[in-house]
Design a protein around this ligand. Structure first.
Ligand code: CA
Length: 219
């Protein structure tokens, strides 16, 4: 799931970004409300984590404008401890959920998993195909019960493929789910990750669809 993180406190933003990526989310972070609206307009996120206290425009206005144009885009609001009125207004304006600062990372992850499940980008915590089992809550993949050692990107790539088992994922789709906006993408990075994954997985688990992309069998 691609998350747009709108947060102007750079320490918090960086910590959140790192933690969310470790959890397998793709994260794009912006500090200004105007940047958030631009990113939302380009429709390259699946959910928004929105701080209300932004330097340029009020986060509640970002929420309001977003709701008018993209009624279904999930927005999780971050509010300051004393912002009770903001919280109520935020929910009135259509925020899907809110967290009061300071919050536990685990709480944020849990709320985002609820959104992810609702969107259907993660159908369940466990996906089992043949003798390969992916546990999305533990971020682990096991073959015949033995846990594999995977890099973050290898895990994310395999997760995308297993979630859409039986369907072909194009190179572009896989790259888009792997990399946050603006990150440098080496032209052969995808092939390298696929090749590394194949060394750890059963033979022919990931199939190449020549000139198009990759797929895994649904059973
Ligand atoms: Ca702020």
């Amino acid at each position: 799931m691609r998350i747009l993180l709108v947060e102007d406190d750079m320490d918090l933003a960086q910590g959140l970004q790192l933690a969310l990526r470790e959890q397998g989310f793709t994260v794009n972070q912006v500090s200004l409300g105007q940047q958030a609206l631009a990113s939302i307009r380009s429709q390259d996120c699946d959910a928004v984590v929105l701080d209300l206290g932004l330097p340029d425009i009020d986060g509640l206005d970002v929420l309001k404008i977003t709701r008018q144009k993209y009624a279904k885009l999930p927005v999780l609001v971050l509010t300051a401890r004393d912002g009770v009125d903001d919280r109520i207004r935020g929910l009135d304006l259509g925020a899907d959920d809110y967290l009061v600062k300071p919050f536990a990372m685990s709480e944020l992850f849990a709320r985002l998993r609820v959104i992810e499940r609702r969107l259907g980008t993660a159908s369940s915590h466990l996906i089992r195909l043949q003798n390969v089992e992916l546990d999305a809550s533990a971020h682990q993949v096991a073959v015949d019960g033995a846990v594999l050692s995977l890099s973050r990107r290898e895990y994310m790539l395999l997760k995308v493929l297993m979630e859409s088992a039986g369907r072909i994922k194009t190179r572009e789709q896989l790259e888009a789910s792997l990399y946050a906006w603006g990150e440098e993408v080496a032209s052969n990075a995808l092939e390298v990750h696929i090749s590394n994954l194949r060394k750890k997985l059963p033979k022919d688990f990931i199939k190449t669809v020549r000139g198009v992309g990759y797929s895994v069998s649904p059973a």
